[in-house]
Write a protein that binds this ligand. Structure first.
Ligand code: SAH
Ligand code: SF4
Ligand code: F3S
Length: 468
């Protein structure tokens, strides 16, 4: 760890202490605990950042709550599609009504929307009740920003364009005790023409292997049995690090960690998923039999315009290779409908791709124009009604050709028990290695444990089973 980071950590720890004194005083004045709520929008990167935000708030003495009727409410936002922004603006309106009842309430917006200048302008102009605005690069500074707002009464806006350092060692409040996301890299250099992520998350940076392994060892010491390695393109892990470090070599190192039972990762990019990674996966006892392989489109013409750097044929060859190496693997994907210039024929190529691959599930999105991305300026934007009509057809095709394709009925498989089933009294729910859900009767004590379950029945997108 560099001296610089030591220093950054020390400064932030001091701010957490100062904030803790302030929160204690406020709590004594009010005669009740001070509360804080973090609402997360978007992907697993944001989920992980929210754990860090919550860790800092808890260390500063706030009682964490799920309710937005709290003393501090932070929205950790996503801007990947326009409806993500719209949802946040709508909910900010609701927060302003809560603030009228609790004048001391502090409202903050951070995450990917915070990185966008036009959004910050809009907030400054029309959402003046937002007290804190920061982005994706300085999440670790929450205590300092909050303290600055409380002591000055000013709105604080602190948005950075980039960050050189990974600040990982501050307090963190993990969502589950038994599984955890672990950042292996930040940012994205791919610049798919529709996507805002490279602009709001910056350039790719990999964390050193040693830091990742130490973090996971710490997690397993505390009862974590499954990790999900997080990055926007995990295949390019290692770029910029000393030595010949690759994603495959990282997987091999993580595999050695005792106590760790399952390894997942998100997201590999189809353009550069190496044979070595497929080989490591197929020989591994711990890497799960699931791969999320976003295709985005089944048309080579559209894939080229998207700057995805693979063709339909390349993608199908890759799928074939993966299935050959691991016949029991479940493949999931992301698909976009209505990218500029998408013809009926291009769209039908996407439908046929879905049928040909046989995904276990697919996330489907209507193309959303993002200001600042190349595709936003492309001619031939597809009309909204055409996008909506194609989207429904895609949903139907996904429904028909996806799900429990590999019928596992009759087999006994290990399941990580994740919680009680909300709808079925006495039932637990857990995930198979291939990420499919299984519901079965069992005792709550099993939550967080890996247990053998006989698969009794397939229900299309999930299974029923019996503990053996
Ligand atoms: N890094 C990951 C994806 C991150 S964003 C990858 O490359 O696979 C998650 C998904 O959101 C993308 O896979 C894509 O399907 C969707 N998405 C991104 N930008 C979009 C846009 N402008 N309109 C619609 N969907 C979009
Ligand atoms: Fe976006 Fe493409 Fe990067 Fe994924 S790989 S985050 S879709 S630019
Ligand atoms: Fe959204 Fe940011 Fe993730 S834009 S998808 S939360 S990286």
């Amino acid at each position: 760890m560099s001296k610089g980071i030591d220093n950054v950590l020390e400064i932030q720890e001091k701010y957490i202490e100062k904030l803790r004194d302030t929160v204690k005083r406020q709590s004594e004045e009010k005669g009740r605990p001070m509360t804080a709520c973090v609402v997360t929008f978007g992907c697993q990167m944001n989920e992980r950042d929210s754990e860090k935000l919550k860790g800092i708030l808890k260390a500063a003495g706030y009682e964490l709550t799920e309710s937005e009727k709290a003393d501090v409410v932070l929205y950790n936002t996503c801007t990947v599609r326009e409806n993500a922004d719209t949802r946040v603006f709508g909910r900010l309106g609701y927060l302003s009504t809560l603030k009228k009842k609790n004048e001391d309430m502090i409202i903050g917006l951070c995450g990917c929307m915070g990185q966008e200048p036009h959004i910050v302008e809009k907030l400054k102009k029309s959402y003046k009740f937002v007290d804190l605005i920061f982005g994706t690069f300085n999440v670790y500074k929450l205590a300092e920003l909050l303290y600055a707002h409380i002591t000055s009464g000013d709105s604080i806006i602190d948005v950075w364009e980039e960050s050189e350092e990974f600040v990982e060692l501050l307090p963190t409040e993990r969502k589950y005790g038994f599984k955890s996301g672990v950042n292996i890299m930040y940012g994205c250099d791919n610049f798919c023409t529709y996507c805002i992520v490279p602009y709001v998350r910056g350039r790719e940076k990999s964390r050193p292997v040693k830091d990742i392994v130490e973090e996971i060892e710490g997690l397993t010491d505390n009862g974590v049995v499954e990790v999900c390695l997080l990055g926007q393109n995990v295949n390019s892990y290692g770029k910029g690090l000393d030595g010949n470090v690759t994603f495959a070599s990282l997987l091999r190192e993580i595999e050695k960690i005792e106590g760790l039972k399952r390894i997942r990762f998100m997201t590999p990019h189809p353009k550069d998923l190496s044979d070595e990674v497929i080989d490591v996966m197929s020989k591994s006892e711990k890497i799960c039999r699931h791969i999320h392989l976003p295709a985005q489109s089944g048309s080579s013409n559209i894939l080229r315009k998207m700057n995805r750097n693979y063709t339909r044929e390349d993608y199908l060859l890759l799928v074939e290779k993966i299935k050959k190496a691991m016949p029991d693997i479940a493949i999931t994907t992301d698909l976009i409908v209505g990218f500029p210039g998408e013809t009926e024929e291009d769209f039908e190529d996407t439908l046929s791709l879905v049928k040909e691959v046989g995904y276990s599930s697919a996330f489907t999105f209507q193309y959303s124009k993002r200001t600042g991305t190349p595709a936003a300026t492309f001619d031939e934007q597809v009309p909204e009604d055409v996008i909506a009509e194609r989207f429904n057809r895609l949903l139907d095709t996904v429904k028909e050709s996806s799900g429990c394709n590999d019928n596992l009925t009759g087999r006994t498989m290990d399941v990580l028990v994740e919680g009680t089933n909300d709808k079925l009294e006495g039932y637990l729910s857990g995930r198979l290695s291939n990420n499919m859900l299984v519901h079965f009767k069992g005792d709550k004590d099993l939550i967080g444990k890996i247990t053998d379950v006989h698969i009794d029945e397939s229900k299309g997108f999930y299974y029923f089973g019996t503990i053996v």
